[in-house]
Write a protein that binds this ligand. Structure first.
Ligand SMILES: Nc1ncnc2c1ncn2[C@@H]1O[C@H](COP(=O)(O)OP(=O)(O)OP(=O)(O)O)[C@@H](O)[C@H]1O
Length: 765
């Protein structure tokens, strides 16, 4: 009976949702039927659906047949759907439904009609989080460490200890195993780096190059490896202690050479470390005194569990072999057991299992002095110096709202991270903003009166007369970028005075850009931990920062979800930001300024086939991403509730979703002849034909490039699993993007499965 009631409730809920008259039940007065009673209601719209009452069903059927009935009454809606298909499509794609009709380019973009809401600002109450610096005011000089190390730390303005450092360093110095949980940006790196360097400094006799590897630091990403190496180098100015880093995408030969010369501290990503362990004979693990697993939660999230286990086993094996071969006295291994430190910003089940596996009689250090860690291990520890908020925007306003926030932040010389769902989104928005938001035509103020002016409807002189409207730099970072470029971008962004980094989650963890003061999540995180780590890129070392997440009304439940994890978000007023567009667009009315900007984006995209293709790819990967939220999050980020047409707007696309998917599949859709740009509209028919041929060639190159994301065997061994994961994901996307090539992909995937196992059997391979 309980499940019958449940089914009835669902039925009622269903009816309430589809209150367009497609169903024919409603709440009614009690009648002779026990329990919830319904009465028949006239359909709101004319349908030829057969109407039945629940009463009849209750009378005549048992629970089982009710289920059948429920299915039956759901079926007619399908029928109705068909009948009203056009209406539904209109609802989903209000912009345009007929692929053969070109988008109405001169039609002003209606961004605000019936959609702009006045958002109220609610007060945020912050939950207490970890104190960055303790009240004790303890300094590095108070620690029992080498005086030269202290002076090195002081030279780079590290004087006072952060909470986590105060707790970890003394235990680290005693060479005990440690499990550390501490919030992002709290100084965990130094917490393990100081004891390590002090330990190596105090070794007698003094270390020599031939002494081999002493410390192994495992980090999840290449950027983190580089950054950790930089920090270690800053405090390790002792010429006889050599630190180096290894990570995927770099030249293996030069890494081998470095290893051959002798390295004492090695920082790297798991895949590449394992690779060298198996293939570089000079790399010996028998003398390793200390193993650090930094960002353990991310290591596990990225699927490195097996690699870490393998690595630990190799370390253990090397120790045992060395003790057996050299004799206990000589190897000194028993007196000096390996110290292992495991650090994480969140304490998950996986992390504690890993801790049980790698640590021995460890000390657990939680920088937050509350029992919370045991009561609610899921709690997200976010520094309270970060002002967290969300912005509710109608989907079609997303692009201009993002632009407005970027403009507003860049006016304050900010350094901004903008997190996006996919590599293709990063590529596209980086390109779009670089073209449209930094410089604008001088006559853009007349846009409202002369439609299309921004896109070149006026004289050619109008086109060339541009001015800088935003003085900042745009950067992009994602996993498909060449390692050298990735390194360069990361270094440049860190060094820049201000800038906006469009990035995927590859930049979400561990990356330290001390001056980053704003985090924008343009697409929501897939997990709560992703939220934590993205936000943690700001508010580093006690600095203040802000974090804004874009949500739609349907996604607002995410705020409540975060609240359960003791994270509170403030609601932001989108008009506060949109005002900034007035200045940029030379248009006092901010709504019109926003409309003009949207139009500018759309015109730019329409006129450039490459950019248009990139927009379609970005859209396509976004929809894949949105459709793949984990079950826990799917009720909030529900693909079924998404208005795909509006989302296309937020990619500055005037095409319908089906046109977009045709484009990404390589079918050249009826792209209108660009009319606005005079230069392009001067094309004769043959030119257009030639262009389309060129486009086909480009398409096929792109498809090839897409597949080439998967490294060949040679590359594979040189890359970390981070790349393998990424490429698997990319291939996955390619299946939807280019279904006609799915066979190729399947065969690549089959070979990839074999390759993946090589990460554990590299020796054999
Ligand atoms: N004692 C200190 N005094 C001042 N600044 C510090 C101190 N220790 C670390 N920092 C700075 O704090 C910032 C964050 O440090 P770090 O990257 O080690 O944090 P983290 O806890 O590892 O963060 P995440 O978990 O996000 O990786 C860095 O810019 C670092 O230079």
């Amino acid at each position: 009976m309980a499940s019958l009631n449940k089914a009835l409730r669902n039925c009622i809920a269903y009816q309430r949702i589809s209150n367009s008259g497609t169903m024919n039940f409603t709440w009614g007065k009690p009648s002779n039927v026990k329990g919830t009673v319904f009465r028949k209601k006239k359909p709101l719209v004319n349908t030829d659906t057969k109407v039945e009452t629940v009463q009849n069903v209750l009378k005549n059927t048992n629970e089982r047949s009710f289920k059948k009935y429920k299915k039956k009454i759901e079926r007619p809606t399908v029928h109705i759907k068909r009948k009203h298909k056009k209406d539904k499509q209109k609802l989903l794609n209000p912009i345009k439904n007929n692929p053969s009709e070109p988008p109405q380019q001169t039609k002003a973009v209606n961004l605000f009609h019936n959609s702009q809401k006045q958002f109220s600002i609610s007060h945020s109450s912050k939950f207490e989080s970890e104190k960055l610096f303790t009240d004790s005011g303890k300094k590095f000089s108070d620690l029992d460490i080498h005086k030269h190390l202290i002076s090195n730390l002081e030279k780079i303005n590290f004087n006072s200890l952060t909470t986590v450092q105060e707790k970890v360093i003394p235990i680290g110095l005693s060479r005990k195993d440690i499990l550390v949980r501490s919030q992002t940006g709290s100084g965990k790196t130094l917490a393990y780096a100081v004891p390590i360097i002090n330990d190596l400094l105090t070794l007698t006799p003094r270390l020599q190059r031939k002494d081999g590897l002493q410390v192994l630091v495992v980090v999840p990403t290449r950027e983190l490896a580089l950054q950790t190496h930089e920090l270690v180098n800053k405090i390790n100015t002792f010429q006889w202690i050599i630190a180096s880093h290894l990570c995927g995408g770099e030249n293996r030969k030069s890494e081998k050479d470095r290893l051959r010369k002798g390295v004492h501290i090695l920082i790297g990503t798991p895949g590449r470390l394992l690779d060298h362990i198996f293939h570089t004979s000079v790399l010996k693990l028998n003398k390793v005194r200390c193993l650090v697993l930094d960002e353990a939660d991310q290591l596990l999230d990225m699927g490195f569990r097996k690699d870490i286990i393998r690595l630990v086993e190799e370390l253990n094996k090397a120790r045992i072999n060395s003790t057996e071969n050299e004799g206990a006295q000589e190897s000194n291994n028993e007196e000096n057991p390996r110290q292992t430190m495991l650090l994480s910003a969140s304490l998950t089940k996986g992390v504690s299992e890993l801790a049980d596996f790698v640590l021995k009689n460890h000390v657990f250090i939680d920088a937050l002095e509350e029992e919370i860690s045991e009561d609610s291990p899921d709690r997200l520890l976010i520094p309270n110096t970060i002002e967290q908020s969300y912005i509710l925007t109608p989907v079609k306003n997303r692009l201009v709202t993002l632009s407005a926030i970027i403009v507003a932040k860049c006016k304050q010389t900010s350094k901004v991270f903008v997190f996006m769902a996919s590599t293709q989104m990063v590529e596209y928005y980086y390109e779009l903003f670089s073209r449209c938001l930094l410089r604008m035509p001088l006559n853009r103020g007349q846009y409202a009166t002369r439609a299309g002016l921004l896109s070149g409807d006026g004289d050619d002189s109008d086109l060339s007369d541009e001015e800088e409207v935003l003085s900042t730099q745009f950067f992009k970072l994602h996993g498909s970028m060449d390692q050298k470029i990735r390194k360069k971008v990361f270094t440049e962004f860190r060094a820049a005075k201000s800038g906006v980094l469009f990035c995927t989650d590859v930049a979400a963890r561990g990356i330290d850009v001390p001056t980053a003061d704003c985090i924008i999540q343009y697409t929501g995180p897939q997990t709560d931990k992703d939220y934590l780590h993205r936000v943690g890129r700001t508010g580093r070392a006690g600095k203040s920062g802000s974090a804004i997440i874009f949500l739609t009304e349907a996604e607002e439940a995410y705020v409540a979800r975060l609240q359960q994890l003791q994270v509170r978000l403030r609601k932001l007023n989108s008009t506060d930001f949109l005002n900034c567009l007035s200045e940029v667009m030379n248009e006092p009315d901010h709504e019109r300024a926003a409309r003009n900007l949207q139009q500018h984006y759309e015109d730019t995209v329409r006129q450039d086939k490459d950019l248009h293709f990139s927009a379609c790819m970005a859209y396509s990967t976004w929809s894949r991403f949105y459709n793949s939220y984990p079950t826990k999050m799917r009720s909030i980020f529900d693909f079924k509730k998404v208005n795909l047409g509006h989302y296309a707007n937020s990619f500055a696309l005037k095409n319908t979703p089906s046109e977009i998917s045709k484009t990404v599949r390589g079918e050249v859709v009826n792209m209108e002849t660009p009319r606005l740009n005079q230069k392009l509209s001067n094309y004769k028919d043959e030119d257009v034909a030639k262009r389309s041929q060129g486009f086909d060639a480009k398409m096929s190159k792109r498809i090839t490039d897409f597949f080439n994301l998967r490294p060949n065997k040679k590359q594979k061994n040189s890359d970390s699993l981070e790349d393998a994961d990424h490429n698997k994901h990319a291939l996955d996307k390619a299946v939807t993007t280019f279904p006609q090539c799915s066979q190729d992909i399947e065969s690549v995937e089959r070979s990839s499965e074999t390759e993946e196992s090589t990460s554990l059997n590299i020796k054999a391979s």
